[in-house]
Design a protein around this ligand. Structure first.
Ligand code: 1HE
Length: 290
């Protein structure tokens, strides 16, 4: 049952708010579903946790449904979000047990459902930072690739074992992952099923930060808190204009950039921030410490 997809996002606004449970309003979800994804608002940052550790956070229909609710809630009340996984692994990808029972059209619909949730995450307007540890494989890598910034700890490993399972990526990986690491590396990962270390993935451009074991959530929260202080319009433009401009021809991209650039600076927030700089009320940039 995928009741949540019958509800347009804006109808899912005022939630019954309890710590670490999912929002409920007009949506039939039993208590088991509510614990599949935890939700915690920390200041301006929503902390969203995949919570099916006994199955290594494998993503079933109920998990993707619960994730959608958490993402919508974060869009409504937070300025940034961190996505992480409870237990020993970030995410083992698609729930293969559930998948093997699906008829052809059910599998198509399942994939399209992932696309909708991930599109909401990518273009909804607030930045998502993922904190990765252990397995980041199959659909787990697709999910991580959807987030805007990836922080991996030393235990993280990346894999695309779809070829070995006899299936194909279905959670937008064929579109999003090559944009990060290039289609040749993705093809290699899918053909050979080999796993990639966090350091290698950082060199390939698939993760932005590599930190010590157990430190990914802390680092992601720190980065998200910084991004949460940006002008909302700037963040909206960064998340919505950048990926679209990347897909445009140069001439169109440059024109759209000019429009977005002008619009972003025509807000009271932008004007205030520019004055703050010019009147020396904000810190100056400095060289990086490391
Ligand atoms: C699962 C899944 C799953 C674990 N679906 N149940 N993804 C994969 O091919 C990765 C498959 N998983 C693994 O390689 C390993 O489980 C892990 C490296 C992630 C973790 O290993 P380990 O030794 O810690 O755990 P485990 O004993 O393998 O798994 C614990 C339980 O989780 C076990 O169930 P149990 O009832 O026997 O205890 C596993 O069956 C279960 N489990 N992973 C279902 N993925 C949108 S299209 C995306 C396409 C894909 O994602 S394809 C890649 C799928």
């Amino acid at each position: 049952m995928i009741a949540v997809f019958l509800f347009p996002k804006r109808q899912i606004t005022a939630y019954q708010k309890t710590a670490n449970t999912l929002p409920q309003r007009g949506i039939s979800m039993d208590s088991a579903a509510e614990t599949l994804v935890t939700y915690d608002l920390r200041g301006k940052v929503a902390l969203i946790g995949l919570n099916r550790p006994e199955k290594r956070n494998a993503v079933s229909d109920r998990v993707i449904e619960a994730l959608y609710l958490a993402v919508c809630r974060a869009q409504d009340e937070a300025k940034a979000a961190v996505l992480w996984g409870h237990g020993t692994h970030f995410c083992a990808g698609l729930d293969l047990a559930e998948h093997q029972e699906k008829p052809l059209l059910g599998a198509v619909r399942g994939s399209r459902r992932w696309h909708r949730v991930f599109d909401e995450m990518q273009h909804g307007g607030i930045p998502f930072f993922s904190a990765l540890h252990g397995a980041v494989v199959g659909g787990g890598f697709e999910m991580a690739a959807t987030t805007h910034v990836r922080v991996a700890d030393a235990t993280a490993f990346f894999g695309l074992p779809e070829g070995q399972r006899g299936i194909f990526v279905g959670g937008s990986g064929s579109v999003r992952i090559p944009r990060l690491i290039g289609h040749s590396r993705m093809t290699d990962m899918m053909l050979t099923g080999r796993t990639i270390s966090p350091e290698q993935m950082e060199r390939w451009g698939g993760v932005n930060y590599v930190v010590a074991e157990g430190k990914a959530v802390e680092k992601a929260l720190e980065l998200a808190a910084i991004a949460a202080e940006n002008a909302e319009m700037s963040n909206y433009c960064i998340l919505n204009a950048l990926p679209r401009i990347q897909d445009m021809a140069q001439e169109e991209g440059l024109w759209v950039e000019s429009m977005v650039s002008a619009m972003s600076s025509d807000t009271p927030d932008a004007k205030q921030r520019l004055r703050d700089f010019l009147e020396r009320r904000v810190a100056r940039l400095s060289a990086p410490k490391e």
